[in-house]
Write a protein that binds this ligand. Structure first.
Ligand SMILES: Cc1cc2nc3c(=O)[nH]c(=O)nc-3n(C[C@H](O)[C@H](O)[C@H](O)COP(=O)(O)OP(=O)(O)OC[C@H]3O[C@@H](n4cnc5c(N)ncnc54)[C@H](O)[C@@H]3O)c2cc1C
Length: 384
């Protein structure tokens, strides 16, 4: 058992850290305000492989595996949560679904442009009336001749405003709730597909979140992604992997809050000494450091399970649950350490805190993660 990163992963972390410090961090406050990551930056990210972290090398991906993806997510989130969330939806959800379920022809057709960052991907599961209970979705797809016709509405779709490709789940049978859903590949310019105005969100503002509507959207029969009626089963696999990315994103936000708080506390003096010398603040930072390390280890355990071809259902739920909750706490404590200055937009903690809160909600809320973990424990007990 070795807790050191392999050499190529350390090099990836250093390269990503440098890129994010130079190209992402200095703009994070501005993108939080404007709600947009410039396309020039996305192009640079594509050139360095960040837009294709999981896609195979022979399809222009960086093929970094789940550990590599976790490292990239932490480093991006350290500087800008919204940019990291854009990547999570593009790499983990959109390309992730193609990797789990698409046939070779579909992968060859769509993955290279996504992996090079020439096209942004989105993943449409959530609907206005189905979030945690995702299998209750109402969007329908009917086969008419050689075309699927999709009707319905999706909600809270990351990257939807600029996506060139949408992976869409829709009901294709009423015989079973979970085994009556299929996934489809829908290109942006398909008539009948429209996106609504961007949500005015509390955090993760650099990434866009929009409703996506489908009105008699006709796509070729071969754009079914995966087996008919098995789209929800594939969705669970996508989420199992995606939660490692959200856990790692949370670790990056928490680390950002801690590093900024330490730097400030070394400079700020009260009662004749730097505030970091007050033991009560030291204890807050010690708790933060311990929780961040524990969260990162949980994420890496889940990532290594995936990289070795094993299931990480419970580990993915645990890392996302723990990392997202400690991230919100770390950000709040970092604000506390910085006092009134930490409460202003001049310091990054309030943005990090707004970003962190999303991680307790998206890709399955904390309550849903606890359900997943508890369900698994009950199964284990039944088997024992
Ligand atoms: C910024 C952002 C980006 C997103 N990006 C995407 C995306 O790209 N693609 C996509 O498909 N979706 C996306 N989502 C949707 C996200 O996955 C859902 O918001 C999330 O799954 C929760 O669903 P909901 O918002 O409908 O809340 P609800 O399901 O209505 O839940 C409300 C509350 O009830 C609790 N709850 C629900 N069921 C239970 C239960 N059984 N036991 C205990 N408590 C329960 C929840 O934990 C929560 O606290 C995004 C959301 C946001 C905010």
């Amino acid at each position: 058992m070795d807790f050191d990163l392999p050499e190529e992963m350390s090099a990836l972390r250093e390269m990503t850290r440098r890129f994010c410090a130079e190209e992402i961090g200095p703009h994070a406050r501005e993108w939080d305000r404007t709600g947009e990551i410039p396309m020039d930056t996305i192009k640079k990210m594509g050139e360095l492989g960040f837009m294709g972290t999981l896609a195979p090398a022979d399809l222009d991906g960086a093929e970094l595996g789940y550990l590599g993806n976790a490292i990239v997510m932490e480093e991006f989130a350290r500087q800008c949560g919204g940019t990291a969330l854009m990547l999570a939806a593009h790499n983990g959800l959109c390309q992730g679904h193609l990797l789990v379920a698409a046939n070779d022809e579909q992968k060859k057709k769509y993955l290279p442009a996504l992996a090079r960052g020439e096209m942004i991907g989105s993943w449409c599961l959530t609907e206005p009336s189905s979030g945690s209970d995702a299998a209750a979705l109402k969007t329908r797809a009917e086969l008419r001749g050689d075309e699927w016709v999709i009707n319905g509405s999706k909600m809270f779709i990351t990257n939807g405003d600029r996506a060139g490709l949408f992976i869409v789940t829709a009901r294709t049978s009423d015989e079973s709730k979970t085994k009556g859903i299929s996934a489809f590949i829908v290109e942006r310019d398909t008539p009948g597909l429209s996106t609504g105005i961007k949500e005015d969100k509390m955090g993760m503002r650099a990434s866009d979140t929009v409703p996506v509507n489908f009105e008699n959207v006709k796509i070729p029969r071969e754009n079914l992604c995966g087996e008919l009626n098995m789209g929800f089963i594939d969705t669970l696999k996508v989420l199992e992997r995606g939660r490692i990315a959200i856990g790692s994103l949370s670790v990056g936000l928490a680390r950002g809050a801690m590093e900024e708080a330490v730097a400030y506390a070394k400079e700020r003096e009260q009662f004749g000494k730097p505030i970091i010398q007050h033991q009560m603040l030291q204890f807050m930072l010690a708790d933060m450091a311990t929780q961040i390390d524990a969260a990162r280890l949980l994420c890496r355990k889940a990532a290594l399970l995936q990289d070795s071809g094993q299931s990480s259902e419970i580990e993915s739920a645990m890392c996302k649950l723990f990392a997202s909750e400690i991230a919100t706490k770390a950000c709040l404590d970092a604000i506390q350490i910085c006092g009134g200055y930490g409460y202003t937009k001049d310091m990054p903690m309030e943005r990090l805190m707004r970003d962190a809160k999303l991680c307790e909600i998206g890709e399955g809320s904390s309550q849903v993660q606890r359900l997943v973990i508890a369900r698994k424990l009950l199964d284990l007990r039944k088997g024992a």
